[in-house]
Write a protein that binds this ligand. Structure first.
Ligand SMILES: Cc1cc2nc3c(=O)[nH]c(=O)nc-3n(C[C@H](O)[C@H](O)[C@H](O)COP(=O)(O)O)c2cc1C
Length: 241
């Protein structure tokens, strides 16, 4: 097996897959590797839903009906990570406590736990020659996705990982220069020149691949307007906000 640091640094998201199906046994092994990640107080505040039926994939794809979720249809398995305070409710009840999960901290705890496990799952799959992409765009349809997956109170969808056999592997995407985001002892605020320079790096990287917009203009698309409401609505419906 290649050195783990080499595997981590060779990561690039895969969005196009062959028709080959990953054996369920391997999927289980990748998820077991993911579950080995550290988590808040060992509460393990997340769940994982393995989607491989065409019906469920189709329902997820149809909820968005956009090119951005196409990988859901072509992947072998779509592994959805769910922030999960439902078991915590049972534990609090069991101990006669008053369950009060609503608020930012529960969401941070469960999201971080899930993210750490998910990254391990993807790395395990990559180490075994498979590829994938995380898909957080699910959350634009949090309410619909919750329905499709039958999510109960105190749970919410975070993202999925589309996993499969890569049909196309993109070159490793350059990150921001180390010095612009890793500091010694104290935070160092950066100026616009960093953004401008990285826009260049990103357009050089994209080359002939059509992205249609610069890196920083994609940030405007995300944060130059009020946030999508679906996650907030869903978190309220699930009694977490
Ligand atoms: C939590 C999370 C959610 C993501 N959601 C999406 C998504 O919905 N659609 C997509 O095409 N890529 C998604 N990505 C992939 C990122 O766009 C990708 O990781 C980033 O551009 C860096 O590229 P690389 O993974 O190839 O290095 C997501 C990544 C993460 C970590």
């Amino acid at each position: 097996m290649a050195n783990i640091i080499e595997i981590m640094k060779a990561h690039s998201s895969v969005r196009k897959f062959t028709d080959e199906v990953i054996p369920d046994k391997k999927i289980r092994e990748f998820i077991e590797a993911g579950r080995a990640a550290g988590n808040w107080k060992n509460f393990q505040s997340y769940s994982v839903i393995i989607v491989k039926s065409i019906e469920t994939k189709n329902a997820i794809y149809e909820a968005h009906n956009s090119i951005s979720t196409k990988a859901v249809m072509s992947c072998s398995h779509f592994i959805v990570f769910v922030g999960d305070m439902n078991r915590a409710e049972k534990a609090v009840k069991l101990n006669g406590g008053d369950f009060q999960p609503a608020g930012v901290e529960s969401i941070l705890i469960s999201s971080i736990d899930a993210a750490l496990a998910a990254e391990n799952v993807l790395l395990a799959a990559e180490a075994d020659g498979f590829g994938g992409v995380m898909m957080g765009l699910l959350r634009e349809k949090s309410v619909e996705i919750s329905d499709i997956l039958g999510l109960p109170d105190y749970t919410y969808p975070l993202f999925g990982i589309a996993l499969g056999v890569p049909a196309k592997i993109n070159p490793v995407k350059p990150r921001l220069p180390y010095e612009t985001m890793v500091f010694n002892e104290k935070y160092v605020e950066q100026d616009e020149s960093v953004i401008r320079a990285y826009d260049e790096v990103q357009s050089d990287y994209a080359g002939t691949r059509r992205l249609g917009s610069s890196w920083s203009s994609r940030i405007v698309e995300q944060w130059g307007k009020p946030e999508e409401r679906s996650s907030t609505e869903n978190l309220k419906a699930k009694k977490l906000l």
